[in-house]
Design a protein around this ligand. Sequence first.
Ligand SMILES: Nc1nc2c(ncn2[C@@H]2O[C@H](COP(=O)(O)OP(=O)(O)OP(=O)(O)O)[C@@H](O)[C@H]2O)c(=O)[nH]1
Ligand SMILES: [Mg+2]
Length: 306
Amino acid sequence: MKSGFIGIIGRPNVGKSTLLNAIMGEKIAITTDKPQTTRNTIRGIYTRKEDGEPVAQMCFIDTPGIHKPKNRLGSYMTEIALNTLREVDVVLFMVDSEYEGEGSGDDYILDMLKSTHTPKMLVINKMDKIEPDAFERIYKFYEGLKVFDSIVGTDSKKGENVDVVVSELENLLAEGPMYFPEDMLTDKPERFLVAEIIREKALLYLNDEVPHGVAVEIEKFEELPEITNISALIYCEKESHKKIIIGAGGRKLKGIGKSARLEIEAMLGAKVFLELFVKVKKDWRRSDRMIGNFGYTPSWKTDFRR
Ligand SMILES: Nc1nc2c(ncn2[C@@H]2O[C@H](COP(=O)(O)OP(=O)(O)OP(=O)(O)O)[C@@H](O)[C@H]2O)c(=O)[nH]1
Ligand SMILES: [Mg+2]
C-alpha cells in the first residue's frame, strides 16, 4: 500500500483547485477566474482501489496561490502555502503554460524547491492555451533544471492527462498506511463547503477590488426532514462594497443566492432555504484577530476549524 500527503502549490490562478477537482471527480475546492480564490488548505482524499481493495491513498492539499502579499490575509495565505511545502511527502508544483517564463514570479518558488529534498512533480497546466512547440520548449527548460522527478502537461479544465498525474504521483509515494477511511473525500465539514460555494458565487458576480475583501460565515445550518435552512453572512470591507454586492433592487445578492442554493442543494441532496445578509467589517484583512475568526490558520495541520 502506497500513501502520503501531496501539497499542490503554485502562483494564484494557475489551476491548482481545478486539478484537485479533476483528480477527485468531484468539486472539493472552489475555482474562479480571479486570482487568490483559495484561502485555506483544502484536503482531497483520493483512494485508488483494485478489485475493490484500496492499493493507494493520496491525500492532496490544495493551497492558496503564492504571491507578494498586500495585507495580513495575503501573508497568511502565502505562509500557509509555503508551510505546506515543508510538511508534505510529495510536492506538486503547478505553472500556467501561458504565463510561463521570465518575470512570472515562479523563480522565487523554484529557488525554494531546489533546496527541498522532498520528491517533486511539475505540472504544466493550461496546455490547451499554447502551441505544441511552445509546450515542448517549456518542457525542455524545466527538464534542464533537474529539479523535478516528473513533469506532466495538463489541461485540468478538460481533465486531460490528469490520470497521468495520478499514476506518476503514485510512483513518487512510499509505502504507508491508510490515513483516512476509504470512502472519505475531504475532511472539511459541510458547513465549510457551503460557505465556500457562497463565496465562489459572490466572486463570480463581483469585479475589481470587491471580491478579495469578501468572506462568508454560516450563521445557521439547520437540517430538517423536509428542508435544510441555511443563513449566511457575506462580509465585505466597505459600505460602498456592500451596495455593490446587494445591487440595484437587491438583484445581485438574489443572483448570488440562487446560484449558490442550486449548487448546495445538489451537494447536500436536499432542498435548501438559503438566506444571505451582507455586513461590513472594516479592513478585516488587516486584522489578525478577524482573519483568525474567519478560521484562517497558518498550517494545514491545524486548519481544521471550518
Ligand atoms: N484553459 C484552461 N483553463 C484552466 C485550466 N485549468 C484551470 N483553468 C481555469 O483557470 C482559472 C483558475 O483556476 P483555479 O483552479 O481557481 O486556480 P488556482 O490555482 O486554484 O487559483 P488560486 O486559488 O487563486 O490560487 C479558472 O477560471 C479555471 O477554469 C486549463 O487547463 N485550461
Ligand atoms: Mg485555488
